[in-house]
Design a protein around this ligand. Structure first.
Ligand code: ZN
Length: 237
């Protein structure tokens, strides 16, 4: 992360805006079809795959400990490779979850046309450059267009995309696009504020540095008043 992150996000906003227009114009049937696709594994397959991954990663972590000069046979470290493997599997469980499973029964037809905001959703992610955590909060707003999302599902979308190896800019964008694809609102705004352990614990060691990224789509991008209302509400309420 660096001081250019806001610029990066603003540039990618343009490209996202194009996607938003396409999505808004497409029929909901196509969106639903897209959501229904994706490979489904049976529960047994999933468990077998999980066990294989844990055993594989454990072996590698044992190699890491050895390379660090540690004694992997000492008592405190005996189960560390397996524990670490299970931990990293948890931190990346978003790879094994799927937006369509979460949202299928949580999209409602509703005439509500006021801004919906869910703010300060806790977020725990892993920086893909260093594989150390970045931690922060996500605030999301959208202006419904005849469809709304179950409120708890908004937090679930954050969970699915943050529990992966990420960069904050992409995470921000993916959340905005997922909401757009799910309910085709008039607009979406997503703001992520996070502290990156790769900055705090190494390198520049800036203890209080925070990185803010945002994605604005539809009216949140086009209409300064709507955007301002969103930004004011996530700041003060
Ligand atoms: Zn990093």
């Amino acid at each position: 992360m660096n001081g250019n992150s806001m610029n990066l996000v603003q540039d990618t906003n343009l490209e996202m805006e194009e996607k938003f227009k396409v999505l808004s114009a497409s029929k909901s049937v196509e969106v639903d079809h897209k959501f229904a696709s994706g490979i489904k594994l049976s529960k047994v397959d999933k468990e077998a795959k999980y066990e294989n991954a844990v055993s594989d990663i454990s072996k590698h972590y044992k190699g890491v400990l050895n390379a660090l000069g540690e004694d992997t046979e000492r008592q405190g470290l005996l189960k560390t490779p397996e524990r670490a493997a299970k931990a990293i599997m948890f931190f990346t469980k978003g790879y094994r979850e799927n937006i369509s499973d979460v949202l299928n029964d949580a999209i409602f037809d509703e005439d509500h046309d006021e801004m919906v905001i869910v703010k300060d959703i806790e977020m725990f992610s892993m920086c893909e450059h260093h594989m150390v955590p970045f931690i922060g909060k996500v605030s999301i707003g959208y202006l419904p267009n005849k469809r709304v999302l179950g409120l708890s599902k908004i937090a679930r979308i954050v969970e699915i995309y943050s529990r992966r190896l990420q960069v904050q800019e992409r995470l921000t964008k993916q959340i905005a696009v997922a909401i757009t694809e799910a309910i085709q609102p008039a607009g979406v705004g997503v703001v992520v504020e996070a502290t990156h352990m790769c900055m705090v614990m190494r390198g520049v060691q800036k203890l209080n540095s925070r990185t803010v990224t945002s994605t604005m789509l539809g009216v949140f991008r086009e209409d300064p008043k709507t955007r301002e209302e969103f930004l004011t509400l996530i700041r003060n309420t």
